[in-house]
Design a protein around this ligand. Sequence first.
Ligand code: IDP
Ligand code: MG
Length: 151
Amino acid sequence: MERTFILVKPDGVQRGLIGEVISRFEKRGLKLAGAKFMPVSQELAKKHYAIHKGKPFYEGLIKYITSAPVMAMVWEGTNAVAAARQTMGATRPWEAAPGSLRHDFALEVGRNLTHGSDSVKNAEAEISLWFSPSELVEWKRCSDDWIFGQN
Ligand code: IDP
Ligand code: MG
């Protein structure tokens, strides 16, 4: 089953929105495969955001993501990458669809609450950057067939 990597960024943690973010993904039907609450080192932040190196917002982004703990998570489900991005909303909160997390809880692009992988390939790379295999849980959820079932 497809997996994606999600972060509740420092602003979400500081604002007490970890539960809200988890709740949205749970209610959507995505299934939790791993989670840890942790500080982010400079080294990890730079690896995670390597693709943005050189962009005008890069230094500020590293400062932001290392400024307080984050909730790092792996969620799985049908089209997990795209579904999670949709639940998060567009990068710029003022362009995010009503009902999405970034629409409902953010105003600034530099304080946009969550990170979510943007492709299956990047999801795999980010999951292995942030989690060791033993930290990921495979489990049978009693609602799996009611959410992932095919007719
Ligand atoms: P994403 O988080 O929706 O995938 P990316 O384009 O990958 O968006 O950018 C990574 C993060 O960098 C964004 O979530 C946001 O926090 C920050 N960011 C992106 N563009 C800007 C900008 O123009 N100004 C300030 N921060 C930005
Ligand atoms: Mg991105």
